[in-house]
Design a protein around this ligand. Structure first.
Ligand SMILES: [Zn+2]
Length: 424
């Protein structure tokens, strides 16, 4: 590792803590300045602000040669800082999406720990829910498969079920299937649900061209996404209340119309947005506040407020050349099992050894056919995870139960969906 990559936790400077007491009584100014717990200093990139309800504003100092980075909340080599241009002091983040719509956010200002509280509000940032130390946080892994379940791919899924791996609480590892109804067998979907996997809506037709989804009307989206929810409920006998999630075909978001349809039709979360690759991955967040561009790199991100609606973002994976992949199976470079396993382990550690934001393994069944070693890689990687006492491979909705109501590792069974009396 080169010296440039050394990352250090912020450390206070005694002198500057004394100075901060001069700032603390300025309550009205504090409210204006503090939009996050840790923020860039307005003038000095080597300094940063710590905002807490009890102490107020404290000015802190990074070690010499390091500057604060408000995206990762750490002191980093100067080359990686984002504070020098004072960007983080602006109260709103302008999206870089390419839409020509005028911003119509319902909420002014930006999200912070005081105006956005669990269980129904979480800002789009890297902060661990409940502000636990990372070693007290269960590392959640969301294995997801997209598209129809049919004669061509059901055997892959059955093979994965047959290894019956278990989480530390002795419950079976389970995945999330985003099902579309093209080339889909609803009896197979029912079989996956009965095993314990989560089923979510991925549209009825999954039609081409890809751009159709960007300009779909509300009526189109109701037919596609809500229509699929109803088909899954009434033809695969899955309680409609258990079909809570969505992912859009081709990860194409149709702006605010899409999220209006989601929130008006019993969906509680979506997993379509792709984030930037930041030093610390972004945790799932709600859309109470306008989504910042760092959390939605897709075209046509929503601009309005959808209180209590969750987004489980796709955190890009990176390979050894720092090339990014929105979905795991986009990387065709690994030439053998060992290289593919390294790709999996390196990206897992980017979550597990940092803030433990949920780690997504995002696949289509076609990936198993791309290399004869891919099935073995996934199985071996899941076996590797099953040996860890702090890693849970669970459906997305179970993961969100923890995010909404976070508990330290020793109290996980206090959350009903995490209580092993309720599992298989
Ligand atoms: Zn798809």
């Amino acid at each position: 590792m080169s010296g440039d990559n050394i990352r250090m936790k912020p450390i206070p400077s005694f002198f500057l803590i004394v100075a901060c007491f001069l700032l603390t009584p300025v309550q009205s100014e504090e409210k204006q300045i503090c939009t996050q717990t840790f923020m860039c200093h307005p003038n000095e990139p080597n300094l940063f602000l710590s905002c807490t309800p009890f102490v107020g504003i404290m000015v802190m100092k990074c070690p010499e040669g390091f500057n604060f980075n408000s995206l990762t909340l750490t002191c980093e080599s100067r080359k990686y800082t984002n504070c020098a241009d004072n960007n983080a002091m602006t109260s709103t983040e302008e999206p870089t999406t390419k839409t020509t719509e005028k911003p119509t956010t319902k909420k002014d200002g930006s999200c912070n720990v005081w105006n956005c509280k669990l269980p129904d509000c979480k800002c789009a940032d890297s902060l661990i829910p409940g502000l636990f130390q990372s070693q007290n946080v269960p590392q959640m892994v969301f294995v997801t498969f997209d598209d129809g379940v049919n004669d061509i791919n059901i055997d892959y899924y059955r093979k994965l079920n047959s290894i019956s791996l278990r989480n530390p609480d002795d419950c079976l590892m389970r995945f999330t299937y985003f099902v579309s109804n093209d080339y889909n067998n609803l009896d197979y979907v029912k079989e996956l649900y009965q095993y314990g996997h989560e089923i979510a809506s991925h549209s009825q037709t999954h039609k081409f061209p890809r751009s159709w989804w960007l300009n779909a009307t509300k009526k189109d989206l109701i037919y596609e996404m809500v229509g699929m929810q109803n088909i899954l409920a009434y033809k695969s006998s899955i309680p409609i209340n258990n079909i809570k999630g969505t992912r859009m075909p081709y990860l194409n978001i149709a702006g605010d119309d899409l999220y209006t349809v989601f929130t008006e039709n019993q969906f509680t979360w979506d997993s379509t947005m792709v984030t930037i690759k930041s030093q610390e991955p972004i945790w799932p967040f709600t859309l109470n506040w306008r989504v910042p561009s760092k959390a939605c790199q897709n075209l046509y991100c929503p601009k309005k407020s959808y209180a209590g609606f969750w987004e489980v973002p796709l955190i890009p994976w990176s390979d050894s050349d720092a090339k990014l992949y929105g979905m795991t199976d986009e990387n065709n470079k690994p030439r053998d099992k060992s290289e593919m396993l390294t790709f999996f382990r390196d990206n897992f550690e980017d979550h597990y050894l940092k803030n433990r934001a949920p780690f997504g393994i995002t696949l289509h069944a076609t990936w198993f056919g791309k290399n004869n070693f891919n099935m073995e890689v996934l199985q071996e990687f899941l076996i590797y995870l099953s040996k860890k006492k702090d890693v849970w491979v669970i459906p997305v909705s179970q993961g969100l139960d923890w995010v909404r109501n976070p508990k330290p590792m020793h109290s996980l069974s206090d959350i009903p969906s995490w209580n092993n009396a309720n599992c298989k």
